[in-house]
Design a protein around this ligand. Structure first.
Ligand code: SF4
Length: 333
């Protein structure tokens, strides 16, 4: 995995930047010496060693005032975030040349699906056209969904935003997500009532997400049902620039209080289980990245709910269909 930094260097020159903060995802950290050397030829560079998972997180705020710009490798910009200083995103796009056997898609025709909604995670945006052509040549109708203002590209999905799927949900019979791993597929399936398949280009196979998602939901419901008797809630606002939902958290605090329970409003840049244990809360409602309550649930001794999960347990949609927590926009920090 490598990214080309030439464009970023050009942009930094245009900005007149001298000092920069360099953020690398874990997959690129083994090459940090190479990237550091490349940027250090012209700029004074500090590398952030903190983990981060998206363009919603531009590192430690204490460093902002000390640099002229941030260079983040691996992700695409989230267009509707007001970043507090210039951030240059150097996307990672898979350059692997892949040929797909059209028979991979036979299961779609056998299931009676003809109208296919095509989605992708950022690494595979460049492969969407190839996949669209293979599907179209096999007689399928294909549409790439329109994204909302949190997303950079048509058809692109993030773990917190499936707007491209929603935009064609009335039309599509099912979705094909070009990605690897199950994270985006399960998220898309949770966000949609149409079948979702992951097209895994590494293994050249189409994987249905329904069974995985059902298993996930069983585990998740078991976990969130433990919050039913909760009385004391920590409502957490994450202070990362692209996860900051203060208005939503304040609304939930009000709702909890009106229900006769106790709530405290908590800010954090890193959700640490020991902090909430120490606060003796029965449950946490987490308004930052939905991956924290969903993917990292085993880290926490108490139930950690997303805002829609809280509403499904205690709010007006109690008992309804599972609603994925999606971030459309955030508040200004
Ligand atoms: S909020 Fe979570 S899923 Fe969304 S971009 Fe940030 S890390 Fe990714």
């Amino acid at each position: 995995m490598q990214v080309n930094t030439n464009e970023a260097v050009k942009r930094l020159r245009e900005l007149g930047a001298r000092k920069i903060l360099l953020q690398l995802p874990d997959g690129l950290k083994p090459d940090v010496f190479r990237y550091f050397t490349e940027f250090s030829r012209e700029f004074s560079v500090i590398v952030s060693s903190d983990p981060f998972y998206g363009a919603c997180d531009i590192g430690n705020q204490e460093v902002y005032g000390k640099v002229d710009a941030i260079v983040q490798l691996g992700h695409s910009v989230i267009p509707n975030i007001e970043y507090p200083l210039p951030v240059i995103f150097v996307e990672y796009r898979s350059e692997a040349r892949v040929e797909i056997d059209p028979h991979v898609f036979d299961v779609l025709a056998r299931s009676g699906y003809n109208r296919i909604g095509l989605l992708a995670s950022i690494q595979y945006m460049d492969h969407m056209e190839m996949v669209r052509q293979v599907l179209a040549a096999s007689g399928y109708q294909v549409q790439v969904g329109r994204q909302d203002s949190r997303m950079a590209y048509p058809g692109q999905i993030l773990g917190c935003n499936f707007s491209a799927a929603h935009s064609i949900s009335a039309w599509a019979d099912c979705y094909v997500v070009v990605s690897t791993g199950k994270f985006h597929g399960i998220g898309a399936q949770l966000a949609s009532d149409k079948p979702v398949y992951i097209l895994d280009l590494n293994f050249r196979r189409l994987v249905p997400m329904k069974d995985e998602t059902d298993m996930f939901l069983r585990r998740r419901y078991a976990r969130i049902s433990r919050a039913t008797g909760a009385h004391k809630f920590c409502v957490v606002v994450d202070t990362k620039v692209g996860q900051y939902r203060m208005k939503l958290a304040s609304h939930i605090v009000k709702q909890v209080t009106e229900m006769g329970h106790e709530a405290v409003l908590v800010t954090a840049n890193d959700a640490r289980p020991s902090d909430y244990e120490n606060m003796r809360c029965d449950a946490v409602i987490f308004t930052g990245c939905p991956r924290v309550p969903i993917d990292e649930e085993d880290r926490f001794p108490m139930p950690v709910l997303t805002p829609p999960e809280f509403q499904s347990l205690f709010g007006s949609h109690a008992g309804g269909r599972y609603v994925m927590d999606e971030i459309v926009a955030v508040d200004r920090l």
